[in-house]
Design a protein around this ligand. Structure first.
Ligand code: THG
Length: 262
């Protein structure tokens, strides 16, 4: 699994404050801690409190790259904010994200070619997140077709079916799980798949339990990456165990420790 650490996101109050006040140590601790805990990529999102998203994105990237050398997933709905970030990254980045709207895909895939990035494609369009797996598949196929037009390798795509909170959208869990399985069959080489895992538990009780249960189910359906909180140890243990059961690692009694060593 490609683990994309979600914690550098201005949506978190403490992080939002750290961005506004330029508290580099807060961001750098989150970067180091997430990588130590097993994140292989870090999501970077300036969040809703940012007054100047371009400057804040640049500051976040420079601050993070001062302490860790991992690829970054630049998370913004604004292409100009993403491009400012792409000018600074030292590792091959992931653009988070495009959707299936033609104009958006044109803009994002043009950037992806120019800066040689990978791209997260959301299975949604102007009319929002679909309710059915069939519509999600149709939108994902639209994204794959456009990527191929741009000569982007299909395994440089991360297709995201969009996870919704289980307390308000309870029918969507199975639609998302089946979408993950079906997205893998859209092209060869198979696209990667990803989810914003913590979305599933927003507003619920037992958040960590809801997250790790959903993650194990998604991994069983072929999920190849997730945006998640790597500091949640039980979540990471569930991920490692799910992959073990799927025979992606060889069993030994110290399988948790063995995973963490590599
Ligand atoms: N798909 C893609 N990218 C994404 C998402 C997705 N990026 C953003 C988001 N969804 C994934 N990241 C988060 C980060 C935090 C939370 C959920 C998803 C979260 N935050 C607390 C909350 O809202 O309850 C914040 C609490 C606080 O203020 O401290 O749950 O789906 N491609």
């Amino acid at each position: 699994m490609i683990v994309i650490g979600e914690l550098i996101n201005g949506m978190y109050k403490d992080v939002g404050k750290a961005i506004v006040n330029k508290e580099a140590d807060v961001i750098q601790h989150l970067a180091v801690d997430q990588v130590k805990a097993g994140a292989t990529v870090l999501d970077v999102n300036t969040g809703p409190y940012s007054k100047n998203q371009k400057d804040d994105m640049k500051w976040l990237i420079e601050t993070i790259q001062g302490v860790v050398q991992v690829p970054l997933a630049l998370d913004s709905t604004k292409a100009d904010v993403i491009e400012e970030g792409l000018k600074l990254v030292t590792k091959r980045a992931i653009i988070n994200s495009t959707n299936a709207d033609d104009a958006k895909m044109q803009t994002i895939f043009t950037l992806a070619k120019k800066y040689n990035t990978q791209v997260i494609g959301l299975a949604m369009d102007k009319s929002g997140v679909p309710n059915s797996k069939d519509k999600r598949l149709e939108l994902a196929a639209t994204i794959v077709a456009k990527a191929i037009e741009f000569d982007i390798a299909t395994d440089d795509l991360f297709l995201d079916p969009i996870v919704l909170p289980v307390n308000v959208a309870q029918t969507q869990g199975t639609e998302v799980l089946e979408s993950i399985r079906e997205f893998r069959l859209l092209c060869d080489p198979s696209p990667n798949t990803t989810i914003g895992l913590s979305n599933v538990s927003q507003g619920t009780k037992f958040r960590s339990l809801v997250n790790r249960t959903f993650l194990a189910m998604a991994i069983a359906n072929g999920l190849t990456s997730a945006i998640l909180d790597p500091l949640d140890k039980e979540l990471m243990d569930a991920m490692i165990t799910a992959e073990l059961i799927l025979n992606k690692a060889i069993y030994c009694d110290s399988f948790l420790e063995a995973y963490r060593k590599k």
